[in-house]
Design a protein around this ligand. Structure first.
Ligand code: CP
Ligand code: NVA
Length: 293
């Protein structure tokens, strides 16, 4: 595996499959000494529950330790000191750095000069750690990672892009249904404003917030624009009868998804959340087994 994990495309198909195998073994909360004497850093410019908790718990269960920095400690990236100076300095203390940022460009700048592995814990472009947990969940529920259709309803955001790129790598069908102005800026990705067409024969129906962190100024405008793409009981009926419902969380109940759907029988959202932990551990195991060879 490469030094950094900034995009889901940093892993090949075989590497994703291998990582999910390792993750499956970590489902039982295995405690190990893999990261003994390794001290890692989490640097988060934005709030987080699942990503922060799963990395912190995962590092501890692998015998390592960590320091957490929020923007309160170090300022937003580039604010208190240059991104490069921060990355070089942090590399002197930590064995790896898990970074959640507003700007993917800053993340790339950071990783380019860091001498230790850098993991994308969410940027405005991608959320690859989330999507690894989603793939584990899909494999557990559908029994396969190719030959199914995933319909993503809503915003062409970071989660949508990582899913679309994963679909290309693994060979499943991805389609996004949402307002044209909020489609992903990639011609090769299937996108439509026709929610019915997107949902037809869908085995997985995925949605995420209409207003990602950083887009808050547009919240009122987006609410109106995205309402036709809400995942509710009526829209869900247009997918396959046994389709699974996914959401990376946090959910905005009554907006992108209704209570009856997120709490319904088809929902696997808490399985996704649970799978963040074994996947984060598998990612660290993979990164560190390479680093220590
Ligand atoms: N899904 C996810 O990344 O959640 P957090 O923002 O709480 O980490
Ligand atoms: N698209 C969301 C994901 C949150 C986990 C955001 O970036 O805010």
């Amino acid at each position: 595996m490469q030094k950094n994990f900034l995009s889901i495309t940093d892993l090949s198909k075989d590497e994703i499959l291998e990582l999910l195998e390792v993750a499956a073994t970590q489902r039982l909360r295995v405690i190990s000494e893999m990261l003994r004497h390794q001290h890692l850093a989490l640097y988060f410019e934005k709030p987080s529950l699942r990503t922060k908790a799963s990395f912190e718990t995962g590092i501890s269960e692998l015998g390592g330790s960590f320091s957490y920095f929020s923007a309160v400690d170090t300022g937003q990236l580039g604010e208190r000191e240059s991104v490069e100076d921060l990355a070089k300095t942090m590399s002197e203390y930590f064995a790896a750095i898990v970074v959640r940022v507003y700007s993917h460009a800053n993340l790339e700048k950071f990783a380019a000069v860091a001498s230790v592995p850098v993991i994308n814990a969410l940027s405005d472009r991608e959320h690859p750690c989330q999507v690894l947990a989603d793939l584990l969940t899909i494999r557990e529920k559908l029994g396969r990672l190719e030959g199914f259709k995933l319909a993503f309803l809503g915003d062409g955001n970071n989660v949508a892009l990582s899913l679309a790129l994963a679909a290309e790598i693994l060979g499943f069908e991805f389609i996004l249904a949402g307002p044209k102005d909020h489609h992903l800026k990639y011609d090769q990705i299937k996108q439509t404003e026709d929610i019915d067409a997107a949902l037809q024969n869908a085995d997985v129906v995925y949605t995420d917030t209409w207003t990602s962190m950083g887009d808050e100024a547009e919240e009122a405008k987006r609410k109106k624009l995205f309402l036709p793409f809400q995942l509710n009981a009526e829209t869900l009926k247009k997918a396959e009868a046994n389709a699974i419902v996914m959401h990376c969380l946090p959910a905005h109940r009554g907006k992108e998804i209704t209570d009856e759907v997120i709490d319904g029988e088809q929902s696997v959202v808490f399985q996704q959340a649970a799978n963040r932990l074994p996947v984060q551990k598998a990612l660290l195991i993979k990164l560190f087994s390479k680093a220590t060879v």
